[in-house]
Write a protein that binds this ligand. Structure first.
Ligand SMILES: NC(=O)c1ccc[n+]([C@@H]2O[C@H](COP(=O)([O-])OP(=O)(O)OC[C@H]3O[C@@H](n4cnc5c(N)ncnc54)[C@H](OP(=O)(O)O)[C@@H]3O)[C@@H](O)[C@H]2O)c1
Length: 244
């Protein structure tokens, strides 16, 4: 990343996921970053030089606080990327209609997709230097855009990503008061071939189904190009702005 002062640390939360893993691999090849901290609930098992792995469960705030404490007082953290997320789990599929709404699935979607990333911000934003560009980015989704919603359905996923986008906007406003160069954004990675999208890939043309490393590379390029004037927004893999 040409826009980041070195030497710096990068942190990826959700390093065991399809896109998270590819982001770690991409960042570790970037000379701007002295080391990459790869945090995940399930061991990511990356075993790569320059990558330090650690445990973080979004449902356990103590684990988030402990992971941040281990990184504090080292090189400045210039990039925190939250690559966690949930669309389906334990046989719970995204709702096609309001008639399928289930409280526990909705609550879990909000816990993983919105509340968890906010708790990561709570413990990691204080590590960002006040001067110079630093980035807090979370993987959101185009379907979290209210303005872009023409299809409906996926109630829990859409609503929790819309909530995430609002949280990012709030974080950006608050951070701008003390960190004028900081960039705090949501990202849409495109449709990416991972466990999350696997059950829904049938109608996706091959040219629109990205490999994780392809998406990760594009997202890192987008982050490199953003500056403080973009903070608070949500951006797609091609750099285009997604409406709120
Ligand atoms: N793939 C796509 O087409 C697509 C499209 C639009 C947006 N996105 C977004 O991109 C992000 C990454 O998705 P992906 O495709 O890489 O999915 P993925 O392969 O299923 O990875 C999801 C990641 O989230 C982690 N996670 C879930 N719950 C967690 C918790 N409580 N604590 C800590 N980590 C937790 C998983 O950890 P475990 O390994 O421990 O389960 C895993 O690392 C998500 O936010 C998703 O909404 C993806």
């Amino acid at each position: 990343m040409q826009s980041i002062a070195e030497p710096a640390l990068a942190v990826v939360v959700g390093a065991s996921g399809g896109i998270g893993r590819a982001l770690v691999v991409g960042l570790r090849q970037d000379p701007c970053f002295a080391a990459v901290h790869a945090l995940s609930r399930r061991p990511a098992g990356l075993a790569l030089p320059g990558v330090e792995e650690g445990r973080l469960d979004l449902a356990d705030e103590d684990s988030i606080e402990a992971a941040a404490a281990l990184i504090a007082n080292r090189e400045p953290v210039r990039l925190v990327l939250v690559a966690t997320g949930m669309l389906h789990r334990h046989g719970l599929q995204p709702e096609k209609t309001f008639k399928q709404a289930r409280a526990e699935h909705l609550a879990e979607s909000f816990a993983v997709n919105a509340i968890g990333p906010l708790l990561v911000a709570k413990h990691f934003l204080p590590l960002l230097p006040r001067k110079g560009k630093s980035i807090f980015a979370v993987l959101s989704a185009r379907v979290g855009s209210i303005g872009d919603n023409q299809l409906g359905g996926w109630y829990g996923y859409r609503a929790s990503k819309a909530a995430l986008n609002m949280l990012v906007r709030c974080l950006a406003i608050e951070m701008a008061r003390t960190h004028p160069d900081a960039v705090c954004v949501g990202l849409h990675p495109g449709t990416v071939d991972t466990d999350l999208s696997q059950p829904f890939q049938a109608g996706v043309p091959p040219s629109r189904l990205f490999r994780p490393e392809e998406s990760a590379g594009r997202l890192l390029t987008v982050l490199d190009q953003l500056d403080h004037t973009d903070t608070g927004g949500c951006f797609a893999w091609d750099g285009s702005r997604i409406p709120p």
